[in-house]
Design a protein. Structure first.
Ligand code: FAD
Length: 392
C-alpha cells in the first residue's frame, strides 16, 4: 500500500518552495511566523492546513533540509491544549515563543504515587488572593531542568471525587520554591527530573480553563501525546527503522545474511514495520477524510513501542558480546540512522541518542512513557472494543 503525495508542480508545493526561496536559511522565528512549524494548528499560529497540505509542507521542508525548532513537548501536545483550553491572553503570551523554540516546555503530571493512575495525584494548589500556593512533588519530568515553563496538574479540591478536583496550570520553572533534581537514566543521560514544590506561588492568571476542571484539559494533552509519540522511527518518531536494521546486519554480517534464525527475526520485524506503516497511513487517511483519530492512536502506540524494543534487542543480539562495550565493538562503527530521525529531535538528542547502544538502553522506556503498554490496552479495550471499564 502506497500513499502518493501531490506531484511536483502542485500549487501547494510551489507556494512552499517560493517561501523557501525567499527564506533559504529561515530563522526559528521566521519559521514560527510562516505557520510551517505547525501547519495543522489554526491560524495565526498554523495554517489550518488539511492533511495533504501538511504532508506536502513536511516533504518540501525535508527536501530543503530545513529543521523545525526543537520543543517536542510544547509543540507536540501542550500547545494544542492551550489553544483549546487557554485564554486569548495565554495564547498570545506563550504560543509564538513555544513555536520558535525560544522557551522550552515540560509536563509536570506524574508523581511518585500517581503515574498510570494520574488522577490520584496529591500535589496541592490552594487559592490565596491573586495566587495559588503549590506544595507537593512530581517525577520523571522530561526537560524540567532546562525548561522555561511547565504545565502542572494539581489538586484544588481534595474533597471532590478524584477526577473532579484537579486544575491545570502554567508554571514558570524558575518560580521561587521549586527545586529540581535530575535523574540519570541507564543510558547515562540526564533528561528527566524530580521536581519539588515548597509554597510556590503561581499567579491566578496561569490557570488554564476552569478551576477543578483540569482533568478534561489533561485528557486533550494525553491524547495529543499519543499521536505525537507514534511517528516513524522506532524511538517515538526518532531512531532507526527496519531498513536501518538491515543495513546494520549487512555491516556486521556481510552482504548475505545466512543464519536462518536471524533471517526469520529480521523478516518478522520487517513485517511488523509494514503493518505499522499501513496503520499510520490509515490514521493519515482518516484525517484526509476529515475524521479525527482518537483511541486508534493507542493501537499504534501499543504496537509501535513493543516493536521498537524488539528491533533494538535484535540489534544488540547481532552485536553479540561486543554489544556490551559502550563506544566499542561492531555497533560503534555503525552509528547512525540519520534518515530515520524525526525533525524535532535533530539538534538535541537528549532522549534517544543516534547510536545503537544508547538506543537499546533507552528502549525499555518506550513501553512506559506516554502511558504504559498495559494502559494503552485498557484504552483499546474500553474505548474501541466497548469492554467493561477497568477498576478505579
Ligand atoms: C522516558 C520517559 C519520559 C517521561 N516523561 C514524563 C514527563 O515529561 N512528564 C510526566 O509527567 N511524566 C513523564 N513520564 C512518566 C510516565 O508518564 C509514567 O512513568 C507512566 O505514566 C507510568 O507511571 P508509573 O511510572 O508511575 O508506573 P505505574 O503506573 O506505577 O505502573 C507500574 C506497572 O503497573 C502497570 N499498571 C498500572 N496500572 C494498571 C492498570 N490499570 N492495568 C494494568 N496494568 C497497570 C503499568 O503498566 C506498569 O507496568 C516519563 C516516563 C518515561 C519512561
Amino acid at each position: 500500500m502506497q500513499f502518493s503525495l501531490p506531484d511536483d508542480n502542485d500549487p501547494r508545493r510551489l507556494e512552499v518552495r517560493e517561501w523557501i526561496q525567499s527564506h533559504p536559511s529561515p530563522s526559528a522565528g521566521q519559521l514560527a511566523e510562516s505557520g510551517y512549524v505547525v501547519p495543522h494548528w489554526p491560524r495565526p499560529w498554523g495554517l489550518d492546513a488539511d492533511p495533504i497540505t501538511q504532508l506536502v509542507i513536511d516533504d518540501e521542508l525535508k527536501r530543503a533540509n530545513i529543521r523545525r525548532p526543537f520543543n517536542p513537548i510544547g509543540i507536540g501536545w501542550l500547545g494544542p491544549t492551550i489553544i483549546k483550553g487557554g485564554t486569548q491572553a495565554q495564547r498570545e503570551r506563550y504560543l509564538y515563543p513555544m513555536l520558535a523554540g525560544e522557551e522550552l516546555w515540560c509536563q509536570l503530571f506524574s508523581e511518585p504515587s500517581a503515574g498510570s493512575d494520574l488522577a490520584s495525584l496529591t500535589t496541592q494548589a490552594v487559592p490565596d488572593k491573586d495566587v495559588y500556593i503549590i506544595n507537593g512533588s512530581k517525577i520523571w519530568t522530561t526537560f524540567a531542568h532546562v525548561a522555561k515553563f511547565g504545565v502542572l496538574l494539581a489538586r484544588t479540591n481534595p474533597d471532590a471525587p478524584k477526577h473532579e478536583g484537579i486544575s491545570y496550570f502554567i508554571c514558570p520553572m524558575d518560580a521561587k520554591g521549586i527545586t529540581i533534581r535530575t535523574i540519570r537514566d541507564m543510558t547515562g543521560r540526564e533528561s528527566f527530573n524530580e521536581v519539588f514544590f515548597d509554597d510556590v506561588r503561581i499567579p491566578k492568571e496561569n490557570l488554564v480553563g476552569e478551576e477543578n476542571r483540569g482533568w478534561e484539559i489533561a485528557k486533550t494533552t494525553l491524547s495529543n501525546e499519543r499521536v505525537s509519540l507514534s511517528r516513524e522511527g522506532v524511538m517515538w518518531g526518532a531512531g532507526p527503522t527496519s531498513y536501518d536494521l538491515i543495513e546494520l546486519v549487512r555491516g556486521v554480517d556481510g552482504e548475505k545474511i545466512t543464519d536462518p534464525l536471524l533471517r526469520q527475526r529480521i523478516a518478522s520485524i520487517y513485517i511488523k514495520e509494514e503493518i505499522l506503516r499501513v496503520l499510520r497511513l490509515r490514521m493519515v487517511g482518516a484525517r484526509v477524510m476529515g475524521h479525527t483519530t482518537g483511541p486508534e492512536a493507542s493501537i499504534r502506540k501499543a504496537l509501535a513501542d513493543a516493536h521498537g524494543r524488539k528491533l533494538m534487542e535484535l540489534a544488540m543480539d547481532i552485536a553479540n558480546a561486543t554489544g556490551m562495550i559502550h563506544g566499542g565493538g561492531p555497533l560503534a562503527g555503525l552509528i547512525g540512522w540519520e534518515k530515520g530521525s524525526g525533525d524535532t529531535w535533530g539538534k538535541h538528542r537528549t532522549l534517544a541518542a543516534n547510536d545503537w547502544i544508547s538506543g537499546f538502553l533507552f528502549s525499555p522506556a518506550l513501553t512506559i512513557g506516554g502511558g504504559t503498554a498495559e494502559v494503552q490496552r485498557n484504552v483499546i479495550a474500553e474505548r474501541i472494543l466497548g469492554l467493561p471499564r477497568d477498576v478505579d
